[in-house]
Ligand binder design. Structure first.
Ligand SMILES: [Ca+2]
Length: 92
């Protein structure tokens, strides 16, 4: 495997900047960062599928450390419950 040093440096800088923002940023900056994390296609809307992909990715990372292990159906149920709450409050 060949690593491009510029890409690695860019990734490290982006990671450190994101970490700094999450630790020291304002509430608005943290909310914007989080929204942009979930808005994968950058269209200004977080869909259930986008949320499912991010939540699944998080569980892929931490899955071996959770007990009981979270399965795909539980993730889908959790995302659906978030979107059901949104609908109850009139958010399309
Ligand atoms: Ca989107």
């Amino acid at each position: 495997m060949c690593l491009n040093v510029d890409v690695v440096v860019d990734c490290c800088q982006e990671f450190v900047m994101g970490l700094s923002l999450l630790l020291r940023g304002t509430l608005l900056e943290k909310l914007e960062w989080t929204f942009n994390l979930y808005d994968i296609n950058r269209d200004g809307i977080i869909t259930a599928d986008e949320m499912y992909m991010i939540v699944s990715s998080v569980y892929d990372i931490i899955g071996n450390f959770t007990e009981p292990r979270v399965d795909e159906n539980s993730i889908r149920d959790h995302v659906d419950s978030v979107f059901n709450v949104r609908r109850m409050h009139g958010v399309p």
